[in-house]
Ligand binder design. Structure first.
Ligand SMILES: Cc1cc2nc3c(=O)[nH]c(=O)nc-3n(C[C@H](O)[C@H](O)[C@H](O)COP(=O)(O)O)c2cc1C
Length: 247
């Protein structure tokens, strides 16, 4: 970009310097050591959505705190941090949530035909009652006021931000030996009523958490013949959209 001749041009960043206050926050950012990189990629590659392998023993408070801190370090549009974490430990509340799941799951099964429906009905798609802890992660669409930096042309970026928090928590949990299962099969209003969530707050994820001793080595839906991982090379396009209708 050419420097602007107009000294008052607010978009002229050509002569911008970093203030001493800001410079004091710039720290070294070299690549991780090989061991650290291996650990990061291991967490990513071996993270699983867990429905049934939960142990019943409760998760220690300090561990849960680390997971929440990891979630809270997520990127967010305009640093909006629109998330809240509703902790659900009581079996009675989890039972009510399971009823909401169960009703929606029956409706979902009817959306598939024939053998696919029978296959769907054999899948286990939640661990709400088995996992000792559930966390409902929400997105407060009003946080930060009516105009949020970066969200001006895509209001959905608040939800995208909240999903980043979910993924941070999920990966940290894998490193801690904690399984996480994401449940989305419910009518949002049913869970909102159980947890008294206001209208302007969206439910992004109901997560089931508990220690696990075993995890599948590939997505459970692939293990059970529902759907396979797509070849990465078919998903990477050069310079623009390409045909991928066979996916
Ligand atoms: C937004 C979202 C919603 C999901 N909802 C459910 C769900 O309701 N029930 C379920 O069993 N798994 C759910 N999953 C987990 C996916 O089925 C799982 O991530 C996918 O099959 C790949 O498996 P993996 O996570 O073990 O790699 C959800 C995942 C995401 C990202």
């Amino acid at each position: 970009m050419q420097p602007s001749d107009d000294p008052a041009d607010p978009y002229d960043t050509s002569s911008a310097t970093v203030s001493p206050e800001a410079a004091a926050h710039l720290i070294a950012a070299c690549a991780f050591s090989e061991e650290e990189r291996t650990a990061v990629y291991r967490a990513i590659e071996t993270r699983r959505d867990v429905r049934d392998q939960f142990r019943p023993d409760p998760l220690p408070d300090d561990l849960v705190r680390r997971l929440l801190e990891a979630a809270h370090r997520a990127p967010s549009v305009g640093f909006m941090q629109p998330w809240n974490f509703i902790m659900i430990r009581q079996a009675e509340t989890r039972e009510r949530a399971w009823q909401a799941f169960s009703q929606a799951n029956e409706e979902a099964a009817l959306m598939f035909e024939g053998g696919r429906r029978a296959q769907y009905q054999r899948l286990k798609l939640e661990g709400i009652r088995k996992a000792p802890l559930s966390i409902c992660i929400t997105c407060d669409t009003k946080r930060g006021g009516p105009v949020v930096l970066g969200r001006t042309h895509n209001p959905a970026t608040d939800v995208y931000s909240t999903v980043c928090a979910v993924q941070n928590l999920w990966l940290a949990a894998r490193a801690e030996g904690v399984g996480v299962g994401w449940v989305s099969i419910f009518h949002e209003d049913a869970i909102k009523a159980i947890l008294k969530i206001p209208d302007h707050v969206k439910i992004v994820a109901w997560l089931c958490l508990g220690y696990v001793d075993e995890l599948y080595d590939m997505p459970e839906l692939a293990v059970k013949g529902w759907r396979d991982r797509l070849p990465l090379d078919k998903l990477v396009f050069e310079e623009g959209w390409q045909d991928c209708e066979d996916l």
